[in-house]
Design a protein around this ligand. Structure first.
Ligand code: PEP
Ligand code: MN
Length: 451
């Protein structure tokens, strides 16, 4: 067992994971340079605090109990050069707009969690990539190497971990500023939704919901009510906890309770490619007290789900564990029921969330990676159907989106088509819903709640 420096003098962390096999880690070329960087990270302040992580765990406990809905979204991969205040603001606004619609439709609180302020590292299905006869290491996210297809850019550089920390810190500052002080009051967010509807080909359909929200806001005002979070919004951040060389030095132990937290984000999740039961990631996640997620793809057996629960939530603590299901539109109705049935029979209080993106990725004729809006909506619909049939709670959605008008997914209210993709394809990894497709999704998912 290694011991690690912690933020607090004299308090040492127990590193039980570094000796285990860790999938999807970069081949850092220079161990001394890496060591130098992790020492610096260990001396940096935490980005988030244990009390905030505990608050999110409480909110997710409500999701697990069927009393709240989770909206988790943001880029597949954040990048250092598209991290401006405007981009972050538009992404946040989009999430807040979706949340307003879903809150009304679900008649329950929506827990808002960005896939941002730390989403800089990517697992890849192949370690190399070949273009025009040239083979190079794959891009693994700005935290590791560069996106340009050159040998130089693709060399992993640990200094990038420091940039990731700084970029995450900058984004968090913006998140904290934009969600406080009235910028994102419910009235304001509803006005933005009105603007979106005015320009939408599906305006007549959406106006029914917007009018109902209007009436609800008028009613609240008439009663003199000003609900909690009317002006200030509670917003959390999350990312895939992939790079253990980044997460480990930012893991800190609380002096009083002795509990360890990942302080790089409120919630971290384990990806589909790193959830090996004996691997380093599961071990690391078992040792931190944050709320955590695990992605479950189509190969997941009920046995595996149960063993993950035993490893990651042995105390069966509501809010601790969220299963993020990503089966694909054709498989969700067959593969999800046996998982839910076994987990429920076991009495494990997990939150069930759908990621309708990663099982529905396809190649466009132009070679772009894309997703059809209808497949995404179809998987969410299947997810709701399964839970309704079993009497369990469809706890939320986890989506890849941006607030910008990119052209990466096809379909949606404005009916983007394959030839539109090259126009504004900016993702360095998976295709994201653009602003209006994201809002389309929220208005259409609203109907699944039976409003
Ligand atoms: C992702 O969320 O971008 C991702 C890689 O997902 P998964 O682990 O489910 O494939
Ligand atoms: Mn992705």
């Amino acid at each position: 067992m290694n011991t690690l420096k912690s933020e607090l003098p004299g308090v040492r962390l127990a590193d039980t994971w570094s000796a285990r096999p860790a999938a999807q880690q970069p081949d850092w070329p220079d161990p001394t340079a890496l060591h130098n960087v992790t020492e610096q990270l260990a001396a940096h302040p935490p980005l988030v605090f244990s009390g905030e992580c505990d608050a999110l765990k409480e909110r997710l406990a409500a999701v697990a109990r069927g009393e709240a809905f989770l909206l988790q979204g943001g880029d597949c991969a954040e990048t250092f050069d598209r991290n401006s205040a405007d981009t972050v603001r538009r992404k946040l606004n989009t999430l807040l707009q979706m949340s307003a619609v879903l809150t009304y439709a679900a008649s329950m609180p929506v827990v808002k969690v960005g896939r941002l302020a730390g989403q800089y590292a990517k697992p890849r299905s192949s370690p190399t990539e070949t273009l025009g006869g040239v083979t190079l290491p794959t891009y693994r996210g700005d935290a590791v190497n560069g996106f340009p297809f050159t040998a130089e850019a693709r060399v992993p550089d640990p200094e990038r971990l420091l940039r990731m920390y700084q970029a995450s810190s900058d984004t968090l500052d913006l998140v904290r500023a934009f969600t406080k002080g009235g910028h994102a009051s419910l009235d304001q967010v509803h006005e933005w939704n009105r603007d979106f509807i005015a320009g939408s080909p599906l305006r007549e359909k959406y106006e029914l919901i917007a009018d109902a929200i209007d009436r609800a806001l008028h009613f609240m005002r008439a009663t003199g009510g000003r609900p909690e979070h009317f002006d200030d919004t509670e917003f959390f951040v999350s990312h895939e906890g992939l790079l253990l060389d980044y997460e480990t030095p930012l893991t800190r132990r609380e002096l009083r309770s002795g509990r360890q937290y990942a302080t790089s984000g409120h919630m971290l999740w384990i990806g589909e490619r790193t959830r090996q039961l004996d691997g380093a990631h599961v071990e690391y996640f078992s040792r931190v007290d944050n709320p955590i997620g695990v992605k479950l793809g189509p190969t997941t057996t009920p046995e595996t789900a149960l063993r993950l629960i035993d490893r990651l939530d042995p105390d069966r603590q509501p809010g601790r564990l969220t299963f993020v299901i990503r089966m694909g539109v054709d498989k969700i109705r067959d593969l999800l029921p046996p998982l839910v049935e076994r987990v429920v029979a076991e009495g494990a209080p997990v939150a069930w969330v759908t990621d309708p993106m990663h099982g529905n990725t396809m190649g466009a004729p132009s070679g772009h990676k894309t997703r059809r809006f209808d497949d995404i909506l179809g998987e969410v619909s299947g997810f709701f159907e399964v839970h309704r049939a079993l009497g369990t709670h469809p706890g939320g959605i986890h989506v890849e989106l941006t607030g910008d008008d990119v052209t990466e997914c096809v379909g949606g209210g404005h009916d983007l088509d394959f030839p539109d993709l090259p126009e504004r394809y900016e993702s360095t990894c998976d295709p994201r819903l653009n602003r209006s497709q994201s809002l389309d999704l929220a208005f259409m998912v609203a109907e699944f709640f039976g409003t």
